[in-house]
Design a protein around this ligand. Structure first.
Ligand SMILES: [Zn+2]
Length: 319
């Protein structure tokens, strides 16, 4: 194992040790990693949890994992189907890739759709660039600039991307028994996506929550279910852990799980209140981001999340 005196530097992420032999790769904004990942020493094998968005970031993650434990990565866990978590799966061709059956099915379907869209709309980054040039609000400019950075990073390796689905699937949970520690992949249900799994390390009291947790960052509800997500965060809070690595944002603690739960509760309440006031989606004025969440990253998601819930209420997907 390498000495802590030679820390691994990457333009894509910051490597943070969360326990002996357990690292969180925290994505740098707008650099192409887009989401966080984990590198875990099981004893004889190295496990990587999620593979990031672009091939460049995924390669840096793979290099870091090999450098840390001086052996190839033999196990990869995928938390859910979103491209920013599975985009570099193909680089881990010597590893068994693990996910739930639902995640595998959705990954095959949606990765194809993503690539078709990205390859047939090469001008899309340019439209974001133009929006950035016209934007005057400082916070919105930062968001657009980060978004553009990730898009351009994806663009640079788009022609080489080969969707690579998991090779082993599970339902419920899957326990990996290593000589150094046990790691448990647990399917938590339909919260942020149709099927989200976390990686729990019971010996270390560390949880990798993937996109079931956003820390100091607005969550994305676009493929989610707010009420289920609130329940899942309650269940997650009942588990024993000291540190939790989110899908987006810095390493957190239990209070961050409760903060996101509170955010979602307030969001559902707000959507219901607006829906009762006026049933026409077009007439609803979306309020600005409430004070406790004003400093959270990607503030444009607040509006999108509220609109998503209002749409669900108006079409009776949610009551
Ligand atoms: Zn996601």
């Amino acid at each position: 194992m390498m000495s802590p005196a030679t820390p691994i530097q990457s333009p894509y992420f910051t490597l943070e040790q969360v326990a002996d032999g357990v690292y969180a790769a925290i994505a740098k904004n707008g650099a192409g990693a887009m989401s966080n990942a984990g590198i875990i020493d099981l004893g004889e094998q190295t496990l990587v949890f999620d593979t990031m968005y672009t091939l460049q970031a995924g390669q840096a993650l793979l290099d870091a994992a090999q450098q840390l434990f001086d052996r190839p990565v033999s196990l990869v866990g995928n938390s859910h189907f979103h491209m920013d978590h599975v985009g570099a799966n193909q680089l881990f061709k010597d590893a068994a890739i693990l996910s739930t059956k639902t995640t595998r099915t959705l990954m095959i379907e949606r990765s194809k759709q993503f690539l078709e869209f990205a390859r047939s709309n090469p001008g899309y980054p340019e439209t974001v660039k133009q929006r950035l040039q016209q934007e005057t609000d400082k916070q919105k400019r930062q968001e657009l600039s980060d978004h553009l950075g990730d898009l351009l990073a994806m663009d640079a390796s788009l022609s080489s991307v080969v969707p690579t689905p998991p090779t082993i699937t599970f339902d419920g949970s899957l326990t990996l028994h290593g000589s150094k520690r046990t790691a448990v992949l647990i399917a938590m249900g339909n919260g942020h996506s149709d099927c989200d799994s976390v990686l729990y390390l019971p010996d270390d009291k560390v949880m990798f929550a993937a996109d079931l947790l956003f820390v100091k960052s607005h969550p994305s509800l676009q493929t989610g279910n707010a009420r289920e997500w609130i329940k899942i965060l309650g269940q997650m809070n009942d588990q024993s852990f000291h540190k939790v690595v989110p899908g987006h944002g810095p390493v957190g603690e239990k209070k961050d799980v409760l903060a996101l739960r509170q955010y979602l509760l307030e969001l559902v309440e707000k959507a219901q209140a607006l829906h009762v006031l006026t049933r026409s989606l077009e007439q609803i004025a979306i309020p600005s981001v409430p004070e406790p969440y004003a400093e959270w990253n990607v503030s444009s998601l607040y509006r999108q999340n509220l609109q998503h819930l209002l749409h669900q209420l108006s079409t009776k997907i949610m009551t």
